[in-house]
Design a protein around this ligand. Sequence first.
Ligand code: BTN
Length: 242
Amino acid sequence: MFDPFFHIHHLCEVDSTNDRAKELARQGAPEGTLIVAETQRAGRGRRGRSWSSPHGGLYFSLILRPPIPPEYASQLVVVTAASLYRALHRRSLPVSLKWPNDLVAGGKKLAGILVEGGFASQGLSFAVVGVGVNVNGQPPIEGATSIEALTASPQGKEEILQDILGEMKAGYLAYLAEGIEPALADYRRGCITLNREVIIIGPEGKARAKAIDVGSRGELLVEYPDGCRRLVFADEVSLRTC
Ligand code: BTN
């Protein structure tokens, strides 16, 4: 039985659940509207990448309407990543968070998050939180894994969805009541990027640095070999761990 916070639209196929959720949000769909699809024709990831969406995976987008300024929308990535981490960790899966929006297991990608905002003159009018989890089958992408591959047994997608949504709702309500700190604490705990050497790829080229901390808007604090520190934001750079 699903929580009444969620208004579920279950689709067999869609271009992208994020695009469908954004359309519904613009038409006034309430917070908690959830688009779930069995497969996506044009699933999207961060930085213009595509998200392969064969049958067997979990693909959904949740409409939220948090009363926060647009520049805080990136906190929803932290809240969602921490919620996914808790839900999958509780299933004894060997998951970690990889900054900014990946869940990995055994060095391979298991899930990703794409948060997109809808803006109005008075600020953030909605956010769409898109989540893709490789559940059953082996994703046709090098460097990706699935829950089935990790556990060597096929998984019930409905139950996994319920667990994740339970954690997402709890995480979101805690965020509204207490701010970003509880989610940030979980994020830092699960984040394998921290204390590692990384290569930052940005408009100025590539640079090696050490990942030191994650800040309150989900930005990464890095330290260069000369001791200089800088904040990097997920929409400005891509990162490779060394
Ligand atoms: C990433 O790793 O870059 C983010 C991937 C996010 C994929 C999900 S699948 C459901 C939702 N709809 C999309 O088109 N993308 C997100």
